[in-house]
Write a protein that binds this ligand. Structure first.
Ligand SMILES: [Zn+2]
Length: 314
């Protein structure tokens, strides 16, 4: 199967009450860990690439790695998605590069300007069979060069604006701010997500796929390993997995996960460095890191409810 866009996936996810995992890739080991997990769990997959990833690994390397993943897993529908495109030009470049889905993040602009740039990306992408995700409302935290707001509760997505935005832009999916936060240092205490925002949008546009960013759980297992082996990650909480499962049943069709991947890889590398300080073969620490990513992703697929759903999304 060639790369697909998210249309069928989101239709299935919406009507059957699950979400598809969107995992950020930066190199071969991370991609392999994710892909082997979905292959075993028979889950649909969104591989997403940020501008930072394009800068770090170069698009041609990432594309080649993803092409192999697609070729080796003909039963798994795989989407190549741009995470947080900042301008029309970036999105256009990615559409031209063969992405099957792009995000235009105009959430820091005025409502009108966000509509304008999103509409422009939608027009360009739709003509080429590519779907578009936009964002309305603002998240907290920091992810690469995406800097969030201090007070997440004050920047939640306004459901009425969301409906107007969807109508005026024709965008295929919308990332909503419901109290989540980017990065590892999300919350001091367990956050309460604004499920009512999801409900209000669903009432007006039933069947419309919504997206959750900043949704890593900051798994304690990895935070403890990192700190045990010389790391210094302050105490922080992510989005509880029960909240993610609940959102997935309510119309959230895509859940972004990056921080948990980073932490799994870092935890294992630190462990190998500490336990066998004489080790200098990169395969001996990247290998366990890749395996940790695989196990973590397998677990997430069950939280999201998309394990076993590859066939119906294809
Ligand atoms: Zn994001």
């Amino acid at each position: 199967m060639a790369l697909v866009n998210t249309k069928k996936m989101f239709e299935m996810a919406y009507s059957n009450g699950y979400a598809v995992g969107a995992f950020n890739v930066n190199n071969m080991e991370i991609t392999q860990g994710i892909v082997s997990a979905v292959a075993e769990e028979k889950a649909p997959l969104i591989l997403q690439i940020s501008r930072g990833a394009r800068k770090y690994a170069s698009m041609s390397y990432l594309r080649a790695i993803i092409d192999v993943a697609v070729e080796e897993n003909p039963d798994i529908p795989i989407v190549m998605h741009l995470d947080h495109g900042d301008t029309f030009e970036t999105c256009k470049q990615c559409v031209d590069d063969g992405f099957t889905s792009v995000m235009i993040d105009g959430s820091h602009q005025s409502f009108e300007d966000n509509i304008k740039v999103t509409r422009k990306v939608v027009d360009y992408a739709h003509d080429r069979g590519v779907v578009v995700e936009a964002e309305l409302g603002q998240l907290g935290g920091i992810e690469e060069d995406v800097v969030g707001v201090e007070d997440v509760a004050a920047h939640l997505t306004d459901p009425d604006q969301a409906i107007e935005f969807i109508e005026k832009t024709g965008v295929d999916s919308l990332a909503v701010a419901i109290g989540t936060s980017h990065g590892a240092y999300k919350f001091k205490t367990a956050p309460t997500l604004a499920f009512d925002v999801i409900e209000k949008i669903q009432e007006k546009v039933p069947g419309y796929p919504l997206v959750m960013h900043g949704s890593s759980s900051v798994l304690k297992e990895f935070k403890d390993l990192i700190n045990k082996y010389g790391g210094a990650m302050p105490d922080a909480m992510g989005v509880p997995e029960e909240a993610i499962s609940k959102a997935a049943k309510m119309g959230i069709c895509k859940v972004n996960i990056d921080t948990d991947l980073r932490m799994a890889l870092t935890a294992k590398i630190r462990q190998v460095y500490s336990e066998t300080p004489a080790e200098f073969d990169p395969r001996k620490y990247l290998g366990p890191g890749r395996e940790a990513i695989k196990q973590m992703v397998k677990h997430k697929l069950h939280i999201l409810g998309c394990a076993g759903k590859a066939a119906e999304c294809a």
